[in-house]
Design a protein around this ligand. Sequence first.
Ligand code: GTP
Ligand code: MG
Length: 191
Amino acid sequence: MKVVAATFVKSATEAAHYPPPSLPEVAFLGRSNVGKSSLINSLLGVHGLARTSNTPGRTQLINFFEINGELRFVDLPGYGYARVPQAVREQWRPMIEGYLRHRAALALCVLIVDARLEPQSLDLVMQDWLTATARRFCVVATKSDKLSRSRLAARLTALRRVYGDRVLPYSSLTRAGAELVWETIRSALVD
Ligand code: GTP
Ligand code: MG
């Protein structure tokens, strides 16, 4: 997809504040600091649109972005960061679950995992949850630039054993893998 316009729409914590469900949405989820916001920026080719950080827990709201007036990207707060205060963590679960469970406009979930790591327990919980709620999803294994070609191939084999063929390698640094991720998004939008 040729991105001609990508803009921040708004942040929300609850359904009453979401934008109207007038466009199909692609939601990005994953553990804190895994690279969700970087993936959004690099897919759109807009530096700094979604706030990125070395500090886990940067994205604490649901952020909506609109692309070409055709679809929206939704940056969800990361899960699993122990150092975030308990009170904040307790708000995250209903915030993420509420969106994933009830949002009718949601066409595709992109579960982002670190290409270097074994499947993490919270990611497996999320996969089970997406399966149980019958949400369409793919798995993007990001930070692939941090691995040699042969290490990456081995890691992908291991990840596919757990997540199936829906695993797509990606690097927000080099944009390697962007075509396939866009292809997956496009096909989710047409059916
Ligand atoms: P939270 O919003 O805190 O949950 O984090 P996030 O998942 O949005 O992660 P973010 O995009 O802020 O990235 C976290 C860190 O990882 C930043 O320092 C990024 O520069 C780095 N990073 C993200 N993706 C990649 C990648 O593909 N390659 C490399 N080398 N670094 C990456
Ligand atoms: Mg973020």
